[in-house]
Design a protein around this ligand. Structure first.
Ligand code: UT7
Length: 326
């Protein structure tokens, strides 16, 4: 039985030039490289230049993804951009990206699910492609979290970084119609607004008329993370018959190495199958999964036919998983 699947044609990423190390942070606030590495696994992060906006990072990642896919931008008819740090309140950063790529057909919109944004955007684009509404999509995660951090709050400012990653998806007829197909095999999204005050930004156009700063009850987020992540991965396994042993690469949201290790351990995913970039990138929110994916594709780990498991959890809370065959 054939099925339409969203097949990944290419991926790409962009990180701002400026690297901020733990040692440099320790000269400004009461923290240490040792504390940050031990509690999070983070060693450094990239910070956007003053004149570098989320759309600029996103355009560079999108161009890299298009080049990897050997595709002209005109072939794209859908852009879904996940971000919590848009250039402006409106219009969507996605239309700035669309314009920057020279596209004026199809649709482009932003999607906001904080750190789960890329998985939510991938699921959204996948549903549009499988429904036949569009043919080729750019799915982008792009963030400049450095702009919403309280640089005096050591509990949060050491955790985040800036960056962007993108994938190009194409609707393709696959022959088997089962888990051996290439493309996105299943996606599972969840939210629970009861947790909305555990990780939030204390400003917004509709309330304070300001941008605000990120606030987090870190320990509370940590407490829920592993259970939520593993639940939604089990949903993906149950929907497809795929098990942890079948996974070639686990590409999780990169918030904290301890959360990633604990999730992989609970799911019996071997440590050598886990793609880790949190040490170099910090938590780049919606950008973290495509940034990690681009690293593993570029260094040759991810090969055609490999089975990839993606997951994320973040503010809201929101959480989600995706299984895809490369
Ligand atoms: O991507 C969205 C999802 N977000 C997350 O997944 C983040 C989840 N949370 C976490 O990753 C962890 O909770 C943190 C890394 C944020 C914190 O680690 P923790 O082990 O939960 O530490 P804690 O918040 O319980 O703080 C322990 C101690 C505190 O001192 P006292 O009260 O025990 O004296 C903090 O004040 O560490 C202190 N502390 C720091 N010390 C040095 C907090 N931040 C720092 C810091 N440097 N940067």
């Amino acid at each position: 039985m054939t099925a339409i699947r969203s097949v990944v044609l290419g991926c790409g990423s962009y990180l701002p030039e400026r690297v901020l190390t733990n040692a440099e942070l320790a000269t400004k606030i009461d923290t240490s490289d040792e504390w940050i590495v031990q509690r999070t696994g983070i060693r450094e992060r990239h910070i956007a230049a003053d004149d570098e906006f989320t759309s600029h990072l996103a355009i560079k990642a999108a161009r890299a993804a298009l080049a990897h896919a050997r595709l002209d931008a005109q072939a794209i008819d859908l852009i879904v951009l996940a971000t919590s740090t848009p250039d402006n309140t409106f219009p969507a950063t996605a239309v700035a990206v669309q314009h920057g790529l020279g596209i004026s057909h199809g649709a482009a919109f932003d999607l906001q699910a904080v750190c789960s944004g890329f998985v939510f955007a991938l699921a959204t684009a996948d549903n549009f492609l499988r429904a036949g509404a569009y043919k080729r999509a750019l799915v982008i995660g792009a963030e400049t979290f450095s702009r919403i951090l309280d640089w005096d709050d050591r509990g949060t400012c050491v955790l985040f970084g800036d960056g962007a990653g993108a994938v190009v998806l194409e609707a393709q007829q696959q022959q088997a119609g089962n888990a051996s197909d290439r493309g996105v095999l299943t996606t599972h999204l969840r939210s629970d607004g009861r947790h909305k005050s555990k990780l939030f930004v204390d400003g917004g156009p509709g309330s304070t008329r300001t941008v605000g700063h990120l606030r987090m009850e870190g320990r509370e987020v940590f407490k829920h993370a592993v259970g939520m992540i593993t639940d939604v991965i089990v949903d993906a396994f149950n929907a497809t018959g795929i098990t942890a042993e079948n996974i070639d690469w686990f590409i999780p949201h990169q918030a904290n190495k301890r959360i990633i290790d604990a999730s992989a351990h609970k799911l019996h995913i071997a440590p050598q199958k886990v793609v880790l970039t949190v040490d170099k990138h910090g938590n780049t929110s919606a950008a973290s999964i495509p940034l990690a994916l681009a690293v593993a594709v570029k260094d040759g780990r991810v090969k055609k036919g490999d089975l990839l498991l993606l997951e994320a959890m973040g503010g809201g809370f929101t959480w989600g998983s995706a299984l895809l065959r490369w």
